[in-house]
Every structure is written in C-alpha cells, then in structure tokens.
Design a protein around this ligand. Structure first.
Ligand code: B12
Ligand code: SF4
Length: 448
C-alpha cells in the first residue's frame, strides 16, 4: 500500500472576483490539508489538486485514489471532476467528503458516481477508507464519523503540501479593507456549534472542540513565515474558543506582527470581552452573522438574536476601534420593504461592511425541503451552482420566501454590493496574471 498515490481535489469556486483586474480571492483548502497529514504518516504519496488555483487534474500523474471535496454550490463542478477521473483513470477509486456531502448525501448518492463517501470529519477515518477502497470495497459505501475528532486528536494541517505564497497573492477581498495585505482568508480553530439556526447545516455537529494551543501556534507561524500580514478566522463563533485560547491566539498574533478578523454571534459579545481583546491591538474587524434586520425574519429562522443586539454590537465595536461587518442574507423569510430599508440605513449610516448572498436553501434544512417542492433535486443542485451570479443574470429569484417581489430583492442585493464599493481600496500588489484561468472560469460561469 505504501507506494500508492492519493490525489485530494478541491473544486474551483467563484467568491470575490475583481473583473477589471482579472484577479480573484483565494482560499486555502484547509480540509484537504487535515486529511493529508494522516495519509502522509501512513506512508502514502499525497498531492493536493486545487482547481481554483488553475491546477489541472491531468497535471497529476495517475493516482490510485482520488478524494473529492465540495461546498453546496459546487454540484456541477464535482460532477465534472468525477467524470474526468472516471474517463482518464478508470481503475482509480473515488472517495467523496466535505460539507456538501455531509449534508446532502441522501440526494447525491443517486446522482454522483463514487466508491465511498465520508460524512463528517475525515482525518480519523481517511486512512482506513483509502485502504478499504484499495482492497476493493466499493458500491457507494458510506462512513459516518459522528464528529470524531477530539481535542487531543487534532493534527497539524499539512501546509507543506501547498504553496502558501500563491494563496497570499490573490485579490484583497473587499471585506478585508480593515486588514493589511496579504491576508490568509480562512483559518478555522474550532469545530462544532451548539445552536440550531434553521437555515444552517454546519458539518461538525453541536459539540464544540478547540484546537490545542501548540497547533494554533504552528499554523500562525507558518503563515507569518510565508509573508502574511493578516489572517481571517472563519470559526462559526470565535467566542467558542474560550478566553484562554483566545488570549493565546492574540498574543501569538501580536508577537508575529499579524492583524486579524473573526466571526461572532451578536448575543455572545460583551463589553468586557472587547475591552480585553482590544488590549492586544490585533483584531481589526469582527463579522457578525446578522442575516437580516427584520425581527420577524430572525425569529422565523430561529436565529436567537434581536435587532437591538445587532445595533448594540455596532456601537461596542466602534467604542474599541474595531470595524464591524455584517453577513447579510438577501431574501430571508418575512423580509419586508421596510426591514430592507432599515438594514440599508443602518449599514450606510454606521458604515458597516455588508457581505451578502441570496438565501441558499442548504440540503437537510426546512428551506431545502420546501425548495424541492418547486424543483427536482437535479434542478435544485444545478441552480445552486453559481447561485448569486445566475440570479443576478436571470433577474429572477430562484427561492423567494420573503414578503417582497423578486425585483425588490434584486435591487436590495445590488444596493448592498454598491455599498461594498465604499470600502474598496486600490491594491496594486496582487497577482493579475490569472487571465487565462479567470476567463475560463468566467466563461463557464456565464454559461451555467
Ligand atoms: C471558510 C468557509 C468558506 C470559504 C471557503 C473555504 C474553503 N477552502 O473551502 C468561503 C468563504 C469561500 C466559503 C464560501 C461558501 N460557503 Co462556506 N464555509 C466556510 C467555513 C466557515 C469553514 C470551512 C472550513 O475551512 N472548515 C475547516 C476544515 C478543516 O473543514 P472542512 O473543509 O469541512 O473539512 C473537513 C470535513 O468536511 C472533511 N472533508 C472535507 N473534504 C473532504 C474530502 C474527503 C475525500 C473526505 C473523506 C473528507 C473531507 O474532513 C475535513 C477534516 O475534518 C464553513 C463553516 C463550518 N463550520 O464548516 C462554511 C460552510 C462550509 N460554507 C457554507 C456555505 C453555504 C458556503 C457558500 C455556498 C455560501 C454562499 N451562499 O455563497 C459559499 C460557496 C463558495 C463557492 N463554492 O463558490 C456552509 C456549507 C453547508 C454545508 N453543510 O454544506 C458552511 C458549513 C457554513 C454554514 N454553517 O452553513 N466558505
Ligand atoms: S448560523 Fe452560526 S450560530 Fe447558527 S447554527 Fe449555524 S454556525 Fe451556529
């Protein structure tokens, strides 16, 4: 088994793209790096193929096993990758995993061609899964890991398997205006969320687990050594890390000269906490999963927060010199013309960065069940691919459960996008050489 080659594939994604400069934001394939570590320790030859980077599957010599990951709007791209593997390497085995597979296997099982699928965290089972498929196990076998990684079992991500500098040289996302360039756009230090917002299907279960401090130091030191000036933590809620770990992270950031942003719920953020963290002078922005400023919407989505709390955290952040940013979902249930205007007013007056997307029904949520009353599973998956771009191009909302018309939601979305421009800074330092690749992606995206 030791001479076997495993290629881990991440599908490409369209997140923030600077069409004028022909550059795109870049995201480290973190999940695949955590899978690589046990595979390398078991003696396998491991390669990462990141299609967002312009990697071509054909550049990777034939592998014995391909592991393929994806997000819920990558169905079409996963399908293309799987077909390509089956065509060019018919004897190779395919293992699927990742957030999309974890919430949608029930529907993907009949639609995608694979040998084995892993539901949940992959690092504790990937070696045995690979050995099983190499020994001939097939037939779409499913392994459910039940959120198996315990704090003590967290391994280091195999950062040596990627060119970190490439990930640093992408377009500085508009939301990164508070952070110095270059930025690592995604680091996750914790797993699990005990809440139950009904639009969400985070893949790590309800039990919170936080990485050991030593692992965190390794990750931050590696990125700083590669030239990062800032990092964006993507934990669902940074409060879950606990104050001891948070202080360790803040001290490490200060020692390494890194600045940072993190995500938080509004109800968990106290004045005392902000006072403590602001003493380290490294946190420049906090992003809040606000979704909507309609209390009716928030209640319908079981978000468990109030409009007053949202307004409160904006003031708190300003008090401590930290920029607040909002994640907004366009088209939430019960959204009205008046709540849209309230949201836009607050964002404009308080100068809050609005990161926005149309509400996407995620498989296994009540919205997905409802979406499937209107479309077939294949239609629903295909529509999700390029979700925002396709709706803007079609000037049609694919899933409108708000109390306003499609036209009003499209107008709301474009007004939020325009407000983002107020934060835009001219960056001359990012790579603009991705022309061939970008035009290829953009061509594909407009043809979707
Ligand atoms: C960072 C992040 C992003 C980054 C992308 C980072 C990246 N390189 O993938 C950005 C900002 C681009 C992003 C965008 C989106 N995201 Co996002 N994102 C996250 C976030 C916050 C962390 C993901 C992460 O890095 N986790 C850490 C790594 C270690 O975990 P992991 O990748 O899941 O990998 C583990 C397992 O999944 C598994 N695994 C992964 N791959 C494979 C492959 C194999 C073969 C195997 C065996 C196992 C396996 O093992 C890994 C180790 O345990 C999660 C929230 C969360 N709690 O997960 C949301 C999340 C994944 N995103 C989500 C969504 C919906 C989106 C968007 C579709 C939002 C939108 N409407 O536009 C877009 C899609 C972008 C696109 N495709 O064009 C949802 C997905 C829901 C679901 N269950 O599928 C999540 C869970 C947020 C949520 N709570 O709803 N996202
Ligand atoms: S939206 Fe955030 S707080 Fe709500 S369940 Fe998902 S990860 Fe947890």
């Amino acid at each position: 088994m030791k001479d076997k080659k495993i290629v881990l594939v991440s599908c490409n994604m369209f997140v923030d793209i600077d069409h004028a400069a022909k550059s795109e934001s870049r995201f480290v394939p973190e999940g695949l790096l955590y899978l690589s570590t046990p595979l390398l320790a078991a003696g396998f030859d491991v390669e990462i193929c990141d299609l967002a980077k312009g990697d071509d599957l054909s550049q990777h010599a034939a592998a014995d096993v391909y592991g393929v990951t994806g997000l819920p709007n990558q169905y079409t791209r996963m399908q293309v990758v799987i077909r390509e593997i089956r065509r060019s390497h018919p004897r190779a085995k395919i293992i699927l995993g990742g957030p999309f597979v974890t919430c949608a296997l029930e529907w993907l099982r009949d639609l995608l061609d694979f040998d084995m699928a892993v539901v949940g965290e992959g690092e504790s089972v990937i070696v045995s899964a690979v050995i099983d498929v190499l020994n001939g196990v097939s037939g779409k076998k499913v392994i459910a890991t039940n959120h198996a990684v315990k704090t003590a079992d967290f391994c280091h991500p195999a950062l040596e398997k990627i060119d970190i500098r490439w990930y640093l040289n992408g377009w500085h996302r508009p939301i990164n205006y508070s952070l110095p360039y270059p930025t690592i756009n995604n680091i996750v230090l914790s797993r699990g969320c005990p809440r139950s917002c009904n639009f969400c299907r985070q893949p790590f279960g309800k039990r919170i687990r936080v990485m050991p401090k030593e692992n965190i130091s390794y990750i931050l030191e590696s990125y700083a050594r590669a030239g990062a000036k800032s990092v964006r933590f993507q934990d669902d809620n940074w409060q879950y890390l606990g104050i001891e770990t948070i202080k360790h992270v803040l001290q490490k950031l200060a020692d390494l000269g890194l600045q940072a942003a993190f995500n938080s719920r509004v109800d968990d953020l106290s004045d005392k906490f902000l006072r403590e963290i602001s003493q380290f002078n490294v946190i420049k922005q906090i992003c809040f999963g606000v979704e909507s400023l309609s209390q009716q919407s928030l209640d319908a989505m079981k978000k468990g927060i109030s409009v007053e709390e949202i307004k409160r955290v904006v003031g708190l952040c300003r008090k401590y010199g930290i920029d607040p940013a909002f994640f907004i979902m366009v088209g939430t249930p019960n959204e009205t013309s008046s709540s849209i205007e309230t949201t836009l007013d607050l964002i404009e007056v308080e100068k809050v960065f609005p990161q926005c997307t149309f509400l996407l029904p995620i498989p296994s949520t009540i919205y997905w069940e409802d979406f499937l009353k209107r479309y077939s599973v294949i239609e629903a998956f295909s529509m999700s691919d390029g979700w925002d771009v396709r709706q803007s191009e079609a000037q049609k909302i694919f899933y409108n459960i708000s109390d306003v018309s499609d036209r009003e939601l499209l107008d709301y979305y474009s007004r939020l996008k325009k407000l983002q421009n107020n934060f835009r800074k001219e960056e001359e330092c990012y790579e603009k050489t991705g022309f061939g690749f970008m035009s290829q992606i953009l061509g594909k995206s407009s043809g979707l």
